[in-house]
Ligand binder design. Structure first.
Ligand SMILES: CC(C)(COP(=O)(O)OP(=O)(O)OC[C@H]1O[C@@H](n2cnc3c(N)ncnc32)[C@H](O)[C@@H]1OP(=O)(O)O)[C@@H](O)C(=O)NCCC(=O)NCCS
Length: 181
């Protein structure tokens, strides 16, 4: 498997439908990730959403880190995992960035893809002086167990923070941070 790569708008715009597909699959298949959209998913809305994220890569406020692999039937390169680094402009917290949309296709999980993508994410974050990473995830989800294994420190919980795509119920979130040294 090749290294995790940074989305480059001049090279990778053909992969946007594949990003939409990973995103949609993670929402609609176990473990039913809470990730911005709720079923029934609208492909064109999600496509536009990813195009907006790609524009933020161009403007320099975001990185999209992707793991790609060849599709076993078509041989075509497709995205099997993604994570984003959102870098908001701020004079008071210029060293902070947000880790968003960590998503790996179900059949590619438990193979170290998240670990590889997060190493790449931390490399670029460090290089750009974003040494405090923040994120939130659903309480009692697998991701809650994954982040501490990657060195993230649990801050606490916010009750009834987000809506589950599974049954529309409100779920608690758990917040984490990691200081890069
Ligand atoms: C959470 C998720 C991103 C993990 O991705 P992954 O590629 O399978 O993770 P990795 O294989 O790189 O594993 C990273 C570490 O977490 C551990 N881990 C992975 N999945 C786990 C699980 N379900 N339960 C417990 N630990 C787990 C691994 O053992 C590894 O730790 P180790 O190296 O100390 O053994 C993936 O399950 C996923 O996409 N889930 C749905 C989307 C989601 O919930 N994203 C988080 C949104 S905030």
């Amino acid at each position: 498997m090749d290294e995790a790569i940074l989305y480059n708008p001049s090279l990778h715009s053909h992969l946007i439908p594949s990003l939409v597909s990973v995103h949609g699959t993670c929402i609609t298949q176990p473990t039913y990730s809470i990730a911005t959209f709720l079923p029934p998913l609208d492909q064109s809305t999600m496509q536009k959403w990813w195009e907006e994220r790609a524009k933020e890569v161009v403007s320099g406020s975001r990185h999209i880190i992707m793991q790609t692999a060849a599709n076993t039937s078509t041989g075509e390169e497709e995205v099997v995992g993604v994570v984003m680094l959102d870098k908001p402009q701020s004079q008071t917290v210029p060293h902070t960035a947000w880790v968003e949309k960590l998503l790996v296709l179900p059949e590619w999980r438990r193979k170290g893809i998240t670990k590889r993508m997060m190493v790449r994410l931390e490399e670029v974050a460090r290089k750009e002086g974003r040494t405090l990473l923040m994120l939130d995830t659903e309480k009692d989800s697998p991701a809650e167990l994954v982040y501490p294994r990657l060195g993230y420190v649990r801050v606490g919980e916010v009750p009834r923070y987000m809506i589950s795509p599974l049954d529309g119920s409100l779920k608690d979130s758990v917040w984490f941070y990691k200081e890069l040294r």
